[in-house]
Design a protein around this ligand. Structure first.
Ligand code: ZN
Length: 61
């Protein structure tokens, strides 16, 4: 699977996202919610950890 990088401000699907810089996790609960800056390190780069919706069935790793 390709490794996705999602910048802060991007509208995302509901799910859990992990900061690429410090591994802080942020959960988006509503569709179309925008990713914030990381609360811990102020990074703007995230990647999806897992989606709330049951889609492909495979965890993103
Ligand atoms: Zn961070």
């Amino acid at each position: 699977m390709e490794r996705e990088r999602i910048p802060a401000g991007t509208e995302v699907l509901p799910g859990v996202y992990r900061c690429n810089a410090c591994a802080n996790e942020h959960e988006c609960r509503e569709e179309g919610e925008k990713l914030p800056r990381c609360e811990v390190c102020d990074s703007i780069s995230w990647r999806p950890l897992r989606l709330t919706k049951k889609q492909a069935g495979n965890e993103l790793k």
